[in-house]
Design a protein around this ligand. Structure first.
Ligand SMILES: N[C@@H](CCC(=O)N[C@@H](CS)C(=O)NCC(=O)O)C(=O)O
Length: 210
């Protein structure tokens, strides 16, 4: 009897984008194999990887030959393919629109804010650190107000919006963006971390850590 091959996730452990996919796979209890892509050695720019994702970024999911690149695209795919109850990606238009709004936030201000600030601190990226920190705090003020009195970003149960936002918000302190002023964000992070199947992204060592 032929068995469906396990999913493969092209991954880099310190990538928050890749962590979104790892977390969703784990929350959905889906078996998968991690394929390490050595970003520091430039493996993402080699022909073999570019054939999977011409943009040269992780994560990429290979589900038995169905190739999905981009963290948010992977979240959408996994929710539609493996969550028939549709709790992770509700289908009524207003709620789906709200989820998409936060997916856009994950690929916009989260990328330009806490993700970019961390790229400077952890990886020495030549980006404007002050600007990334300011963008992070502008975002976090809005998120904290939004999350005050709510359990999750959209509706009553966690959705892929929470997963897309989680990784870089949780690791914002690694980029020099403290979360002390944002109690509602900290409570929300704790709720995501309490979900059955939650897996953390490894903490990154900063260049001046002893
Ligand atoms: N829009 C993409 C962005 C992914 C991304 O920027 N990945 C980074 C790691 S966090 C990467 O692979 N960078 C390699 C490079 O830029 O050379 C997604 O959401 O997956």
């Amino acid at each position: 009897m032929s068995q469906k091959p396990a999913m493969r996730l092209y991954d880099f452990p310190a990538s928050g984008h890749a962590h979104r996919a790892v977390l969703m796979l784990s929350l959905l209890k889906l078996p998968f194999e991690k394929i390490f892509v050595d970003l520091m050695a430039g493996e993402q720019r080699r022909a073999k990887f570019l054939a999977l994702n011409p943009f040269g970024t992780v994560p990429v999911l290979d589900d038995g030959g169905t190739i999905i690149a981009d963290s948010v695209a992977i979240l959408v795919y996994l929710a539609l393919r493996y969550d028939p109850a549709r709790t992770w990606l509700p289908q009524d238009p207003a709620t789906a629109g709200e989820v998409q709004r936060w997916l856009s936030v994950a690929q916009g201000p989260v990328f330009n804010g806490p993700c970019s600030a961390r790229l400077v601190s952890v990886f020495g990226a030549k980006l404007d650190h002050d600007r990334a920190i300011a963008t992070s705090h502008s975002l976090f003020r809005v998120m904290d107000a939004h999350l005050t009195g709510r359990g999750v970003l959209v509706g009553a149960d966690p959705t892929i919006a929470d997963i897309a936002a989680y990784s870089y918000v949780a690791h914002a302190p690694e980029g020099g963006v403290g979360l002390a002023d944002y109690p509602a964000i900290r409570a929300w992070l704790a709720r995501i971390e309490a979900l059955p199947g939650f897996v953390a992204m490894p903490a990154s060592k900063l260049p001046d850590d002893s």
